[in-house]
Design a protein around this ligand. Sequence first.
Ligand SMILES: *[C@@H]1O[C@H](CO)[C@@H](O)[C@H](O)[C@H]1NC(C)=O
Ligand SMILES: *[C@@H]1O[C@H](CO)[C@@H](O)[C@H](O)[C@H]1NC(C)=O
Ligand SMILES: *[C@@H]1O[C@H](CO)[C@@H](O)[C@H](O)[C@H]1NC(C)=O
Ligand SMILES: *[C@@H]1O[C@H](CO)[C@@H](O)[C@H](O)[C@H]1NC(C)=O
Ligand SMILES: *[C@@H]1O[C@H](CO)[C@@H](O)[C@H](O)[C@H]1NC(C)=O
Length: 481
Amino acid sequence: MAHPATTNSSNRRSLCSYLALVLSHVIFVVAENGEPTAIRISCGSSHNSLITEQSYLWLKDFGYTGGSSAPIDAKITGAPQLTTLRYFQVSDGPENCYNITVPYGHYLIRFVFAYGDIDNSNREPQFDVSLEGTLVHSLKPGWSAEFDMSCVDSLVFINDGAATACFHSSGHGNPAVVSLEILQIHNLAYEILVPSNKYTILKTVKRISCSAISSGYGADFNADPWGGNRRWVTDNGLTKGTSDQLRTSKSIQNCCGAPNFYPEIIYQSASTTGIGASLYYTFDIEPNQNYSIWLHFAEISDVIVSKEQRVFDILVNDRLIFTDIDIISLAGGPFTALVLNKTVLVEGRTLNLTFRPVQRGILVNAVEIYQVISMEFVTTECEVWSLQALKHSLGLPSRIGWNGDPCVPQEHPWNGLDCSFNVKGGSWSIVGLDLHDQGLKGQIGGAISSLSQLRSVNMSSNSIYGEIPAQVGNLYYLAVL
Ligand SMILES: *[C@@H]1O[C@H](CO)[C@@H](O)[C@H](O)[C@H]1NC(C)=O
Ligand SMILES: *[C@@H]1O[C@H](CO)[C@@H](O)[C@H](O)[C@H]1NC(C)=O
Ligand SMILES: *[C@@H]1O[C@H](CO)[C@@H](O)[C@H](O)[C@H]1NC(C)=O
Ligand SMILES: *[C@@H]1O[C@H](CO)[C@@H](O)[C@H](O)[C@H]1NC(C)=O
Ligand SMILES: *[C@@H]1O[C@H](CO)[C@@H](O)[C@H](O)[C@H]1NC(C)=O
């Protein structure tokens, strides 16, 4: 049954939309010079620590919505030697997040995942990870067998004042995270879309330094910090056909500046083939997605010294993406960097990148493959605030969750909510709220008066008191007692 309004809900609503308007018009100052913002969190840790390998300060854990700390039993090869992780049990709710305040900008966000005895009884958990409300990583069975699958990163714009990373349970064990890094990169880095890629996330599939002696981070390769300390893996163990290794210590022209700040060393080694032999890399990928491919070349062979001596085509799954690539001609000379990029839709589960000779053999220095993920539209800010107020006034137990965005990722909406997309406004709204029989005690209050699209509320079989404002949405169903 509906009650008469006790608060002036139209005033509340206009204050709410006024605040939203003010926030959306805050002009952020972009730091183009100086040091990039860099936040490194040692999840589950109660103290800051300086890890000797890279001399970065790892901050003690903060900014999380729940969970517990557990020790890491085994050394994780390739990762900074942190000793704890944070994990989220069923009692912590189905979604838990980190919300870390950062200035407006473009960031590389990296996670390292692991699990152990205390957090998961030594059974590998499976779970989803979202950034800014968009599902980015799904940890599939076997992820912990390979460091490349437990250390993942993506490039994303943060324009709401805080980086939000959420862990979503899928009923297979407790999500667990060792570290979270939020590293600022140049605003124009990896620009692939016109006018900009502010509404896409580039998820790293693979970042390869061909014939590198070993895998490493930007810091190991003396890279500019504005490059986001990207991890480059060697292609030694990858499927690539037969190839030879080539290395030089000569310096490389045009390699390392804005906006992508590549480390010079990735151009100082290459995988090559002899006359007439192809080189190819195959990657397991999500089907029917767009992939942004970045290819790096610098002619470092002593026998190829002028143009037209080495020419090749580049194919993705038998489709030509570049023809007659002549590194010296396109770069303007030997020992000079050439970067090519192309975004392609790949239908199958394999991306086969093939370099096919036209003149002599192949030379390739580095390869980057990113999955292009469109960002989700988020829930109307005002509605998020109302739900947070409701969560508070009802004293919602943490097992119900309600962290991150209420409606997205669409695969993981909050418990008890029915969301609907408003095409005109480009945002999600709450149309249904069903928290019946959850043992809730508290007041429903005026908080839900901002849920202007709400059509149905079922709060029956709880101990809820207080009045429901009459002006709530256009309710056709309401059950409180
Ligand atoms: C995340 O942090 C920002 C900035 O500090 C704050 O405005 C926002 O309300 C926080 N979001 C959540 C879900 O806590
Ligand atoms: C791939 O890119 C094309 C062209 O930009 C776009 O129309 C299409 O929706 C994208 N597909 C996916 C799955 O993102
Ligand atoms: C990416 O490729 C496009 C199309 O060839 C080109 O216009 C653009 O300049 C390239 N971007 C970079 C950063 O190299
Ligand atoms: C990839 O392409 C190469 C060269 O065309 C071919 O030899 C190889 O079998 C292909 N691999 C897959 C998995 O399709
Ligand atoms: C509301 O919840 C009660 C259980 O408390 C249930 O019996 C009833 O069917 C629900 N109403 C709707 C419309 O779902």
